[in-house]
Ligand binder design. Sequence first.
Ligand code: NAD
Length: 270
Amino acid sequence: MEHTHQQEERLKGKVAVITGGARGIGATTAKLFALNGAQVIIADILDEQGLGLADAIGGRYIHCDVSRESDVEAAVDLAMTWQGQLDIIFNNAGIGGPAGSITNLDMSKMRGLLAVNLDGIVHGIKHAARAMVARGRGGSILCTTSTAATLGGLGSHAYTMSKAAVLGLARSTALELGQHGIRVNCISPHGVPSEMLATGYREALGNPEIGIKEVSQIISERGNLILGRTATMDDVAQAALFLASDDSGFITAHNLVVDGGFTSAHCALS
Ligand code: NAD
């Protein structure tokens, strides 16, 4: 039922860069965007997976470590040389950790996380906005934040801080870029079984056997499943499709929470 809109090609004629698009939420979104008519550039550090997916969806892959500004600049420039335009950037690349008490926080590990989760998004907004403003046809900038941006205790201190900072940055840049018809929005997923969560649970529980399937099981056992199920990557991809498309033309500086009700209702249920 949720796929009926895919035939409508809601992104026909649009060009999108997706960071962290080689796997997980980014990869599912890349497929959905392509199904909806977009030309997609996957920007990631997982070359084999990224190249394979780009081939499968008729898109392009570029090796891009988002913590390096010149890499992100090159991803945006590829959109311009390949298609002559950039309409959408999904700043989705992100990492978890380091876990532990604030009293033992390893500052260099914290900065390593911020280089990806915060600098990476700054680079994406900066260079996408540059290209979009120069073209003068507007655009949609999306950032993956997290329910951890507004609730404590859902990730490490550094992770929580990085995602909250991105919410602020998105609001701030949305105000500046609105005059150019550029919208800036965030998506806050929650509990989507993925490699990132599997890595987190492997470390937290000291169990090297934990994979995506086990994560799904852990979330089901622990979580307040208000809708009776855990989140899927497609749940997040569909939200990204809406915010990327012209269907959301009057929505900017918004944080679309894709959490099955967790943020609003978890206190009542726990
Ligand atoms: P994932 O680990 O499968 O995907 C992350 C992607 O980002 C991978 O393809 C990875 O290679 C890429 N990446 C990591 N570091 C990079 C770098 N320096 N440069 C370029 N690419 C890099 O996990 P996911 O769950 O799909 O995560 C996607 C986003 O969703 C992240 O920003 C994450 O914080 C956010 N998020 C996930 C959840 C969840 O429940 N899974 C919840 C809230 C937010």
